[in-house]
Ligand binder design. Structure first.
Ligand code: KG4
Ligand code: ZN
Length: 337
């Protein structure tokens, strides 16, 4: 069973091939054009997907050494994401499935982030979470705590009421004058800094929900006040500022994960999505898990940010259940679970 999967929900054009449950290729073309605008420009993203999609798919098939004629199904991200971006991947997948006369499989991008934990490459086998487990799903557009009862049975039990944590990383970085996406840069500078150098307020939200819009304003005022007396404040203290912002965001996340584990009694804890690439979040979650007796699972670095390997993995579970999609499907920018 050979699945070709396509991911085009935001600013990464990616294609992957999964053969009999093993990942054979995962090609990702990152769109650098957005850097100069300080964020993803939807119109430019769609155009770049249009340019990249054919070479990326051809490369994924070549790397896997699987001819088109041997494919069993084509999977694609139906949502959530940017409409223009999703349309490129959706239309391409539909056309290819129609041309090859093989099934089409739609995938929910956020479910796929969770299922990245099940990706196996030839010759490797990682320990996988067992059901039920919890997943802290943290990306540029989402911040959720999800309860997973089986590969395709997921329930969101907590989520952000405003900004996503990835957005909080990116917007904070922008205030510091760093280019988009700022999350990885905050991570990099924070390594040299003191996480307790500055304190930022942590929002209190009921139940398992989050709020990240307040911290952005707090950082804005903090920087404005300090640069008034010292115009070089940011440059002189960049590492400490990054470490302190990162520490605050991670503490806000971990507090709710701890509560979710207590309330559900589930001790299998996982993390997924672009922000799970953050080195300090990975280390802090592992440490908390050791203290509280959890089994913590962290996806390999390359499967944290957007990629088609996770789309292929989710598609495999659907293929096994015969869950296929009709040709009249259209993308869902606000697709929920
Ligand atoms: O999952 P993803 O690739 O795309 C979305 O579906 O949104 O997540 C992208 C987000 C961006 O906000 C980016 O800044 C953040 O993940 N990110 C990080 C790190 N690497 C990516 N945030 C903090 N530390 C990182 N190392
Ligand atoms: Zn994502």
């Amino acid at each position: 069973m050979n699945i070709l999967a396509i991911e085009s929900s935001c600013d990464e054009t990616s294609a992957a091939v999964l053969a009999n449950g093993q990942l054979l290729s995962n090609v990702i073309a990152t769109q650098l054009i957005h850097e100069q605008y300080g964020g993803v420009v939807p119109e430019l993203a769609s155009r770049a997907h249009q340019q990249h999609i054919l070479p990326v798919v051809e490369r994924a098939l070549a790397d896997a050494n699987i001819p088109k004629s041997d494919l069993s199904a084509i999977a694609f991200t139906r949502g959530p994401g940017l409409l223009g971006s999703l349309l490129v991947g959706t239309s391409f997948a539909k056309a290819m499935a129609l041309g090859l006369q093989i099934p089409l499989i739609e995938v929910n991008h956020m479910q796929a982030h969770v299922l990245a934990h099940f990706i196996d490459e030839p010759g490797t086998s990682r320990t996988k979470p067992t059901f039920p487990f919890l997943c802290l799903t943290v990306s540029g557009g989402h911040t959720q705590i999800v309860r997973i009862d089986s590969p395709l049975e997921m329930t969101v039990i907590g989520q952000t009421q405003d900004d996503a944590v990835g957005e909080a990383f990116d917007k904070s970085a922008k205030l510091l004058g760093l280019p988009y996406p700022g999350g990885p840069l905050i991570d990099k500078y924070a390594k040299e800094g003191n996480p307790l150098a500055y304190r930022f307020p942590m929002s209190e939200m009921p139940e398992l929900n989050f709020s990240f819009s307040g911290i952005k304003t707090a950082i804005l005022y903090f920087l404005r006040d300090h640069t008034k007396t010292n115009p070089n404040f940011i440059a002189q203290n960049l590492s400490d500022i990054c470490a302190s912002i990162q520490h605050t965001l991670i503490q806000m996340l971990l507090k709710k994960v701890k509560r979710a584990a207590q309330e559900t009694g589930i001790r299998q804890i996982t993390v997924a999505g672009g922000v799970s690439a953050n080195s300090s979040l990975r280390a802090s979650l592992t440490k908390l898990g050791d203290e509280l007796g959890w089994q913590v699972y962290i996806p390999r670095f390359e499967y944290c940010t957007d990629n088609a390997a996770m789309i292929a993995m989710a598609a495999k579970f659907k293929y096994d259940q015969g869950d296929f999609t009709a040709q009249d499907v259209s993308p869902l920018p606000r697709m929920s679970f």
